[in-house]
Write a new protein. Structure first.
Length: 343
Protein backbone atom coordinates (compact mmCIF):
# COMPACT_ATOMS: atom_id res chain seq x y z
CA UNK A 1 0.00 0.00 0.00
CA UNK A 2 1.20 3.47 -0.88
CA UNK A 3 1.06 6.03 1.77
CA UNK A 4 0.82 9.77 1.05
CA UNK A 5 0.40 13.04 2.86
CA UNK A 6 -1.74 16.08 2.19
CA UNK A 7 -0.29 19.23 0.65
CA UNK A 8 1.24 21.90 2.89
CA UNK A 9 2.85 24.61 0.77
CA UNK A 10 4.02 21.82 -1.49
CA UNK A 11 5.25 24.03 -4.29
CA UNK A 12 7.69 25.80 -1.98
CA UNK A 13 9.16 22.67 -0.40
CA UNK A 14 11.32 19.76 -1.46
CA UNK A 15 10.24 16.32 -0.34
CA UNK A 16 8.77 12.99 -1.36
CA UNK A 17 4.96 13.08 -1.10
CA UNK A 18 4.07 9.49 -2.05
CA UNK A 19 5.83 6.17 -2.55
CA UNK A 20 5.09 2.51 -3.19
CA UNK A 21 7.00 -0.77 -3.55
CA UNK A 22 5.85 -3.32 -6.14
CA UNK A 23 4.43 -6.60 -4.84
CA UNK A 24 7.51 -8.56 -5.91
CA UNK A 25 9.86 -6.00 -4.38
CA UNK A 26 11.63 -5.25 -7.67
CA UNK A 27 10.47 -1.66 -8.17
CA UNK A 28 10.04 1.48 -6.12
CA UNK A 29 7.78 4.34 -7.24
CA UNK A 30 8.23 7.86 -5.84
CA UNK A 31 6.37 11.12 -6.28
CA UNK A 32 7.54 14.52 -5.12
CA UNK A 33 8.27 18.14 -5.85
CA UNK A 34 11.56 19.98 -6.33
CA UNK A 35 11.53 23.61 -5.09
CA UNK A 36 8.38 24.49 -7.05
CA UNK A 37 9.62 22.84 -10.25
CA UNK A 38 6.52 20.65 -10.45
CA UNK A 39 5.54 17.03 -10.20
CA UNK A 40 7.88 14.12 -10.81
CA UNK A 41 6.95 10.42 -10.63
CA UNK A 42 9.86 8.00 -10.98
CA UNK A 43 10.18 4.20 -11.02
CA UNK A 44 13.42 2.73 -9.62
CA UNK A 45 15.07 -0.69 -9.63
CA UNK A 46 15.40 -1.68 -5.95
CA UNK A 47 18.31 -4.07 -6.57
CA UNK A 48 20.25 -1.78 -8.93
CA UNK A 49 19.47 1.47 -7.14
CA UNK A 50 18.88 3.12 -10.51
CA UNK A 51 15.99 5.08 -12.05
CA UNK A 52 14.40 3.04 -14.85
CA UNK A 53 11.49 5.27 -15.87
CA UNK A 54 10.08 8.76 -15.48
CA UNK A 55 6.30 8.46 -15.56
CA UNK A 56 5.37 12.13 -15.63
CA UNK A 57 6.81 15.59 -15.08
CA UNK A 58 4.17 18.31 -14.95
CA UNK A 59 4.88 21.98 -14.15
CA UNK A 60 3.39 24.06 -11.32
CA UNK A 61 0.91 21.55 -9.90
CA UNK A 62 0.71 19.68 -6.58
CA UNK A 63 2.25 16.18 -6.50
CA UNK A 64 0.24 13.01 -5.77
CA UNK A 65 -1.11 12.00 -2.37
CA UNK A 66 -0.93 8.33 -3.32
CA UNK A 67 1.00 5.89 -5.51
CA UNK A 68 -0.17 2.29 -5.78
CA UNK A 69 1.02 -0.70 -7.81
CA UNK A 70 -1.52 -3.22 -9.11
CA UNK A 71 -1.16 -6.76 -7.65
CA UNK A 72 0.61 -8.02 -10.80
CA UNK A 73 2.84 -4.89 -10.84
CA UNK A 74 1.83 -3.97 -14.41
CA UNK A 75 -0.03 -0.76 -13.49
CA UNK A 76 0.76 2.27 -11.33
CA UNK A 77 -2.03 4.51 -10.07
CA UNK A 78 -1.46 8.08 -8.85
CA UNK A 79 -4.10 9.91 -6.84
CA UNK A 80 -4.70 13.64 -6.50
CA UNK A 81 -2.75 14.63 -9.59
CA UNK A 82 -4.07 18.12 -10.30
CA UNK A 83 -4.98 19.35 -13.76
CA UNK A 84 -5.57 23.07 -14.37
CA UNK A 85 -7.82 24.78 -13.57
CA UNK A 86 -7.58 23.50 -9.98
CA UNK A 87 -8.98 20.02 -10.59
CA UNK A 88 -7.78 16.66 -9.36
CA UNK A 89 -7.63 13.27 -11.01
CA UNK A 90 -6.84 9.60 -10.56
CA UNK A 91 -4.47 8.48 -13.30
CA UNK A 92 -3.13 5.04 -14.23
CA UNK A 93 -0.01 4.16 -16.21
CA UNK A 94 1.54 0.97 -17.57
CA UNK A 95 4.68 0.31 -15.52
CA UNK A 96 6.62 -1.29 -18.39
CA UNK A 97 6.15 1.54 -20.89
CA UNK A 98 4.99 4.53 -18.85
CA UNK A 99 2.01 4.94 -21.19
CA UNK A 100 -1.26 6.20 -19.68
CA UNK A 101 -4.06 3.63 -19.51
CA UNK A 102 -6.64 5.71 -17.66
CA UNK A 103 -7.89 7.88 -20.50
CA UNK A 104 -11.54 6.87 -20.17
CA UNK A 105 -14.84 8.64 -19.59
CA UNK A 106 -15.36 6.80 -16.29
CA UNK A 107 -13.80 9.12 -13.72
CA UNK A 108 -10.20 9.18 -14.89
CA UNK A 109 -10.77 12.62 -16.31
CA UNK A 110 -10.88 15.44 -13.73
CA UNK A 111 -13.42 14.76 -11.00
CA UNK A 112 -15.67 17.40 -9.47
CA UNK A 113 -14.11 20.84 -9.05
CA UNK A 114 -13.91 20.63 -5.26
CA UNK A 115 -13.02 16.93 -5.06
CA UNK A 116 -9.67 15.35 -4.29
CA UNK A 117 -8.45 11.76 -4.39
CA UNK A 118 -7.73 11.01 -0.73
CA UNK A 119 -6.94 7.28 -0.98
CA UNK A 120 -6.70 4.44 -3.49
CA UNK A 121 -6.33 0.65 -3.60
CA UNK A 122 -6.28 -2.22 -6.08
CA UNK A 123 -8.16 -5.39 -5.15
CA UNK A 124 -5.84 -8.41 -4.55
CA UNK A 125 -7.41 -10.32 -7.46
CA UNK A 126 -6.67 -7.42 -9.82
CA UNK A 127 -10.31 -6.92 -10.79
CA UNK A 128 -10.99 -3.53 -9.20
CA UNK A 129 -9.44 -0.15 -8.47
CA UNK A 130 -11.03 1.92 -5.70
CA UNK A 131 -10.52 5.59 -4.88
CA UNK A 132 -11.70 7.70 -1.96
CA UNK A 133 -13.12 11.04 -3.11
CA UNK A 134 -13.42 13.99 -0.73
CA UNK A 135 -14.86 17.43 -1.36
CA UNK A 136 -16.06 20.39 0.68
CA UNK A 137 -18.97 18.46 2.20
CA UNK A 138 -19.19 16.27 5.30
CA UNK A 139 -19.35 13.09 3.25
CA UNK A 140 -16.71 11.12 1.36
CA UNK A 141 -17.49 8.80 -1.53
CA UNK A 142 -15.67 5.73 -2.77
CA UNK A 143 -15.70 5.00 -6.50
CA UNK A 144 -14.79 1.53 -7.73
CA UNK A 145 -13.78 0.71 -11.30
CA UNK A 146 -13.64 -2.68 -12.97
CA UNK A 147 -10.18 -2.99 -14.50
CA UNK A 148 -10.31 -3.76 -18.20
CA UNK A 149 -13.72 -2.28 -18.93
CA UNK A 150 -13.11 0.73 -16.63
CA UNK A 151 -16.80 0.73 -15.78
CA UNK A 152 -17.84 2.11 -12.39
CA UNK A 153 -19.38 -0.48 -10.08
CA UNK A 154 -23.01 0.25 -9.19
CA UNK A 155 -23.90 0.92 -5.59
CA UNK A 156 -23.50 3.73 -3.06
CA UNK A 157 -20.27 3.52 -1.08
CA UNK A 158 -20.45 6.72 0.94
CA UNK A 159 -19.39 7.56 4.50
CA UNK A 160 -19.97 10.55 6.79
CA UNK A 161 -16.45 11.84 7.30
CA UNK A 162 -13.07 11.37 5.63
CA UNK A 163 -11.66 8.51 3.55
CA UNK A 164 -8.03 8.44 4.68
CA UNK A 165 -7.22 4.89 3.57
CA UNK A 166 -8.68 1.93 1.64
CA UNK A 167 -8.01 -1.81 1.85
CA UNK A 168 -9.56 -4.82 0.12
CA UNK A 169 -9.89 -8.19 1.84
CA UNK A 170 -7.92 -11.05 0.29
CA UNK A 171 -10.94 -12.36 -1.65
CA UNK A 172 -11.51 -8.95 -3.25
CA UNK A 173 -15.18 -8.89 -2.22
CA UNK A 174 -14.85 -6.75 0.91
CA UNK A 175 -13.60 -3.16 0.94
CA UNK A 176 -12.67 -1.25 4.13
CA UNK A 177 -12.67 2.56 4.33
CA UNK A 178 -10.82 4.19 7.23
CA UNK A 179 -11.15 7.78 8.37
CA UNK A 180 -12.74 10.18 10.81
CA UNK A 181 -16.49 9.88 11.22
CA UNK A 182 -18.40 13.14 11.58
CA UNK A 183 -21.89 13.85 12.82
CA UNK A 184 -23.71 16.76 14.42
CA UNK A 185 -22.81 15.51 17.90
CA UNK A 186 -19.35 13.92 17.63
CA UNK A 187 -16.11 13.47 15.77
CA UNK A 188 -14.54 10.01 16.05
CA UNK A 189 -12.44 7.43 14.28
CA UNK A 190 -14.08 4.60 12.29
CA UNK A 191 -13.47 1.86 9.73
CA UNK A 192 -16.42 0.98 7.52
CA UNK A 193 -16.51 -2.33 5.63
CA UNK A 194 -18.59 -2.78 2.44
CA UNK A 195 -19.66 -6.06 0.84
CA UNK A 196 -19.16 -5.45 -2.89
CA UNK A 197 -21.16 -8.51 -3.99
CA UNK A 198 -24.21 -7.37 -2.04
CA UNK A 199 -23.41 -3.67 -2.65
CA UNK A 200 -24.10 -2.83 1.00
CA UNK A 201 -22.44 -1.72 4.22
CA UNK A 202 -21.35 -4.78 6.22
CA UNK A 203 -19.96 -3.36 9.48
CA UNK A 204 -18.37 -0.36 11.19
CA UNK A 205 -15.48 -0.66 13.67
CA UNK A 206 -14.35 1.87 16.25
CA UNK A 207 -11.86 1.68 19.09
CA UNK A 208 -8.45 3.21 18.21
CA UNK A 209 -9.44 6.66 19.42
CA UNK A 210 -7.66 9.98 19.18
CA UNK A 211 -7.15 10.41 15.44
CA UNK A 212 -6.94 13.89 13.93
CA UNK A 213 -7.95 15.28 10.58
CA UNK A 214 -4.58 15.54 8.88
CA UNK A 215 -4.62 12.63 6.45
CA UNK A 216 -2.48 9.50 6.17
CA UNK A 217 1.08 9.72 7.39
CA UNK A 218 0.11 12.55 9.76
CA UNK A 219 -2.54 11.40 12.24
CA UNK A 220 -5.10 9.79 9.95
CA UNK A 221 -6.11 6.16 9.56
CA UNK A 222 -3.86 3.76 7.67
CA UNK A 223 -5.34 0.38 6.72
CA UNK A 224 -3.91 -2.95 5.63
CA UNK A 225 -5.55 -6.33 5.03
CA UNK A 226 -4.19 -9.83 5.52
CA UNK A 227 -3.15 -11.66 2.32
CA UNK A 228 -5.03 -14.68 3.71
CA UNK A 229 -8.45 -14.67 5.34
CA UNK A 230 -10.39 -11.53 6.27
CA UNK A 231 -8.24 -9.84 8.93
CA UNK A 232 -7.92 -6.05 8.81
CA UNK A 233 -5.58 -3.73 10.73
CA UNK A 234 -5.78 0.03 11.27
CA UNK A 235 -3.43 2.55 12.87
CA UNK A 236 -4.05 5.19 15.47
CA UNK A 237 -1.92 7.29 17.84
CA UNK A 238 -0.54 4.92 20.43
CA UNK A 239 -1.39 1.67 18.72
CA UNK A 240 -2.65 -0.63 15.99
CA UNK A 241 -6.04 -2.36 16.08
CA UNK A 242 -6.97 -5.52 14.16
CA UNK A 243 -10.22 -7.39 13.47
CA UNK A 244 -11.58 -10.26 11.46
CA UNK A 245 -14.12 -8.38 9.37
CA UNK A 246 -16.12 -11.51 8.54
CA UNK A 247 -16.58 -12.76 12.12
CA UNK A 248 -16.18 -9.48 14.02
CA UNK A 249 -13.41 -10.90 16.23
CA UNK A 250 -11.18 -8.19 17.72
CA UNK A 251 -7.51 -8.98 18.25
CA UNK A 252 -5.48 -7.53 21.15
CA UNK A 253 -4.44 -3.94 20.48
CA UNK A 254 -0.77 -3.28 19.75
CA UNK A 255 0.30 -0.53 22.16
CA UNK A 256 3.26 1.63 21.14
CA UNK A 257 3.04 4.69 23.38
CA UNK A 258 3.52 8.21 22.05
CA UNK A 259 5.08 7.35 18.68
CA UNK A 260 3.16 7.23 15.39
CA UNK A 261 2.80 4.41 12.88
CA UNK A 262 3.87 5.60 9.41
CA UNK A 263 3.01 2.36 7.61
CA UNK A 264 1.77 -1.16 8.34
CA UNK A 265 1.47 -4.51 6.55
CA UNK A 266 0.60 -8.11 7.31
CA UNK A 267 3.20 -10.84 6.87
CA UNK A 268 2.68 -13.17 3.89
CA UNK A 269 1.07 -15.85 6.09
CA UNK A 270 -1.10 -13.35 7.99
CA UNK A 271 0.30 -14.25 11.44
CA UNK A 272 2.30 -11.06 12.03
CA UNK A 273 1.91 -7.30 11.60
CA UNK A 274 4.86 -5.18 10.50
CA UNK A 275 4.97 -1.48 11.31
CA UNK A 276 7.24 1.48 10.54
CA UNK A 277 7.27 3.96 13.44
CA UNK A 278 8.13 7.63 13.81
CA UNK A 279 10.85 6.77 16.36
CA UNK A 280 13.02 5.38 13.54
CA UNK A 281 12.26 1.70 14.10
CA UNK A 282 10.44 -1.08 12.26
CA UNK A 283 8.68 -3.59 14.51
CA UNK A 284 6.98 -6.94 14.01
CA UNK A 285 4.08 -8.03 16.23
CA UNK A 286 2.16 -11.30 16.50
CA UNK A 287 -1.48 -10.69 15.51
CA UNK A 288 -3.02 -13.14 18.01
CA UNK A 289 -1.07 -11.90 21.05
CA UNK A 290 0.02 -8.34 19.99
CA UNK A 291 3.50 -9.16 21.37
CA UNK A 292 6.57 -7.70 19.68
CA UNK A 293 8.71 -10.40 18.05
CA UNK A 294 11.35 -8.30 16.26
CA UNK A 295 12.64 -4.72 16.06
CA UNK A 296 14.91 -3.03 13.50
CA UNK A 297 16.73 0.28 13.88
CA UNK A 298 16.30 2.29 10.67
CA UNK A 299 19.37 4.41 11.28
CA UNK A 300 17.81 7.86 11.59
CA UNK A 301 16.85 10.00 14.60
CA UNK A 302 13.16 10.00 15.61
CA UNK A 303 10.78 11.93 13.34
CA UNK A 304 13.29 12.07 10.45
CA UNK A 305 11.01 9.97 8.22
CA UNK A 306 7.98 11.51 6.56
CA UNK A 307 6.13 8.48 5.20
CA UNK A 308 6.71 4.76 4.68
CA UNK A 309 5.38 1.94 2.50
CA UNK A 310 5.73 -1.86 2.61
CA UNK A 311 5.92 -4.41 -0.16
CA UNK A 312 3.38 -7.23 -0.19
CA UNK A 313 3.96 -9.48 2.83
CA UNK A 314 5.92 -6.78 4.67
CA UNK A 315 9.38 -8.03 3.65
CA UNK A 316 10.65 -4.73 2.20
CA UNK A 317 10.12 -1.28 3.71
CA UNK A 318 10.64 2.09 1.98
CA UNK A 319 10.74 5.34 3.97
CA UNK A 320 11.19 8.90 2.73
CA UNK A 321 13.24 11.43 4.68
CA UNK A 322 11.28 14.38 5.99
CA UNK A 323 13.31 17.25 4.55
CA UNK A 324 14.84 15.80 1.41
CA UNK A 325 14.11 13.79 -1.74
CA UNK A 326 15.85 10.69 -0.35
CA UNK A 327 14.18 7.29 0.12
CA UNK A 328 15.69 4.32 1.98
CA UNK A 329 14.70 0.67 1.39
CA UNK A 330 15.26 -2.02 4.05
CA UNK A 331 14.87 -5.78 4.30
CA UNK A 332 12.82 -6.10 7.50
CA UNK A 333 13.65 -9.79 7.99
CA UNK A 334 17.39 -9.10 8.15
CA UNK A 335 17.17 -5.48 9.41
CA UNK A 336 19.56 -4.46 6.64
CA UNK A 337 19.40 -1.50 4.26
CA UNK A 338 19.15 -2.63 0.62
CA UNK A 339 19.50 0.68 -1.15
CA UNK A 340 19.07 4.46 -1.05
CA UNK A 341 17.47 6.64 -3.72
CA UNK A 342 17.56 10.39 -4.40
CA UNK A 343 15.02 11.95 -6.74
Amino acid sequence: MALGVGPASLLSTTHVTALAISSDGRFLATGGVKHGAGLAIYIWSVSLGAKVREIATLPDIPPPYWLTFSPDDTLLAAGNVARPPSKHTLEVWAVKTGDPTGQHDTGFKPLLDDDRVSAEAFSPDGKYLAAGIEGNTRDAAVRIWHLGSWQVLPGAYNISGTADSLAFAANGNLLAVGGTSTSVFRLSWAVTVFDLLAAKRLATYEGCYGLGLYGPGKYGVTLTSSPVGTALAATGPGGVCAWDVRTGKKYPKVKIGRVRVLGIAFSSDGTDLVGALSDGTARVWNVETSREVRRCNLGKPPSEYRLCSFSSGGRLLACAERHSLTVHVWDVETCSEKNKFSM
